[in-house]
Design a binder for this molecule. Structure first.
Ligand code: FUL
Length: 491
């Protein structure tokens, strides 16, 4: 080997060693922490992010000025003169609602689609000379706007003669489920109402058969009932979740229609083995069905409902009932529009944006790490702050610093990375070292509307006092709610 070749071989050896050194020194990307079970399914995660969905109570009761029909109503009474499902869907869409749930059959047993298993349906009504199908009209309108559809099929039936004859009725109910879930394309939520009146009190429903059939026919559907399996009732019809609200619960302790569990449903259970988040159903009016004599709730009440549902880790299922013309009334359209504008006014600006974020510790380094700045990046699920698990015993906090800027706010929003489980059990909020508010669970979204009103501060710190495993916070917001006047509200 000549001298030149010798130098070249030497150069190669040194280069290889140098690159090996660089590679070994390069920081590995930090792995995400382990989840804490139970965790949501992808359908539940999608559902949770909808935040606000719409109920459409429409049917025989709309024409008889009642809430619970007797089941003896003549189908000839069902005659909307200007039914337009496109209007329903447009109203939903302009309110930022992505899922609408229609009462395909309420307790009176009258079916809004021409079921082949009963004569008590639209097919014997004067509407469209018996050729109409409200479910189909809703599905077509929703498809044209990219809105998802859910259906309510009341188990309690005050019309059908099979009700009370267990096997026959369960077969009838299953037959209708199959019609609805096979005929109308994708259905994203099915509502099994727990209400049950005194006709045939011992009537048992074959929930397991029903649920299995639903999942077989619609793979991405969420099943709602008092007891889930995917979404649970919140335990009241005011639209309020518990101040403490876990998405986790023990399904073994739940029985559909059991009044004694409403408190448990309202709060959930930190030791729950099942992920079954609550849905807050409430009507924009007093009744579920449209009545000429009723008006929509004031905006302040709707906002109160929003803070107590969406702001407590829940979904708000707001009922907006079409009237006897078959349209959503102008007064409801206006109120819903005001409600949407109010939500946007409050939450479209995060006053914390562009601030500096500090934390008690952080998992991993700068590369692919879980630094506190992740809470301001606009991703509310998969990008989050995680503390260093070696320092779990030291207590965790995260702080938003204005860097010369003063924050003027009256709402604090905190969101957990629920894809990895719900964790936070108790927390406190401080402004410039002063305690502003205390809270328990956070979950997908916790909204603190401050009782003391508007606050000015340079630094806002959230201290996690207790949590199942280390907390993972995906988003923090400081907001100003111009509709919030605590003194007036407290009077
Ligand atoms: C209840 C029913 O009895 C009401 O009529 C309404 O449908 C509400 C959503 O659920 O159980």
């Amino acid at each position: 080997m000549g001298t030149a070749e010798l130098w070249f071989a030497l150069f190669l050896m040194v280069s290889v060693q140098f690159f090996e050194l660089v590679i070994s020194k390069r920081e590995l990307v930090t792995t995400p922490p382990l989840p804490i079970l139970p965790i949501p399914t992808s359908a539940q995660l999608k559902w949770q992010q909808r935040e606000l969905i719409m109920f459409l109570h429409f049917g025989m009761n709309t024409f008889t000025d009642s809430e619970w029909g007797t089941g003896h109503e003549n189908p000839s009474l069902f005659k909307p003169t200007g039914l337009d499902a496109h209007q329903w869907v447009d109203v939903a869409s302009s309110a930022g609602i992505s899922l609408v749930i229609l009462t395909a059959k309420h307790h009176d047993g009258f079916c809004l689609w021409p079921s082949q298993y009963t004569e008590h349906s639209v097919k014997n009504s004067p509407w469209k000379n018996g050729h109409g199908d409200v479910v189909q009209e809703l599905v077509d309108a929703a498809n044209s706007k990219g809105i998802d559809v859910g259906l309510y099929l009341s188990p309690w039936d005050r019309h059908d003669k099979r009700y009370g004859h267990e096997l026959q009725y369960n077969e009838y109910y299953l037959a209708q489920l199959q019609e609805l879930l096979r005929r109308y394309g994708s259905v994203q939520e099915i509502w099994f109402d727990g209400a049950k009146g005194p006709n045939a009190p011992n009537m048992s429903y074959y929930f397991q058969d029903w649920f299995s059939m639903v999942k077989e026919l619609q793979s991405s559907i969420n099943i709602f009932s008092d007891a889930g399996p995917d979404v649970r009732w919140v335990g009241d019809e005011k639209g309020y979740a518990g101040n403490t609200c876990w998405s986790t619960i023990n399904r073994n302790s739940l029985r559909i229609g059991d009044e004694s569990i409403v408190g448990y449903l309202n709060m959930g259970d930190p030791k729950g083995t099942d992920w079954v988040p609550p849905e807050c159903d409430v009507s924009i009016r007093t009744g579920w069905f449209w009545h000429k004599s009723q008006e929509p709730k004031p905006l302040s009440q709707l906002l109160e409902i929003y803070y107590n549902s969406v702001g407590r880790n829940c979904l708000l299922l707001l009922n907006v009932p079409p009237n006897s013309t078959g349209l959503i009334s102008d007064s409801d359209v206006r109120r819903l529009g005001e409600f949407r504008r109010a939500i946007d006014t409050i939450f479209s600006t995060n006053l914390a944006e562009g601030s500096i974020c500090k934390a008690s510790s952080q998992r991993g380094g700068k590369v692919g790490g879980f630094g506190p700045e992740n809470v301001l990046d606009g991703d509310h699920l998969w990008s989050y702050w995680a503390p260093d698990d070696e320092k779990a015993h030291e207590g965790h906090w995260i702080e938003i610093v204005g860097n010369g800027k003063v924050f003027t706010f009256n709402v604090v929003r905190i969101q957990e990375a629920i894809g990895l489980g719900q964790r936070i059990k108790s927390h406190e909020i401080y402004a410039d070292g002063n305690l502003l508010a205390t809270g328990t669970t956070v979950g997908y979204k916790k909204l603190h509307r401050l009782q003391m009103g508007t606050v000015q501060a340079h630094r806002v710190r959230i201290r996690i006092k207790k949590s199942r495993a280390w907390p993972l916070i995906s988003s923090i917001g400081l907001h100003f709610d111009p509709y919030w006047h605590p003194k007036k509200a407290n009077r």
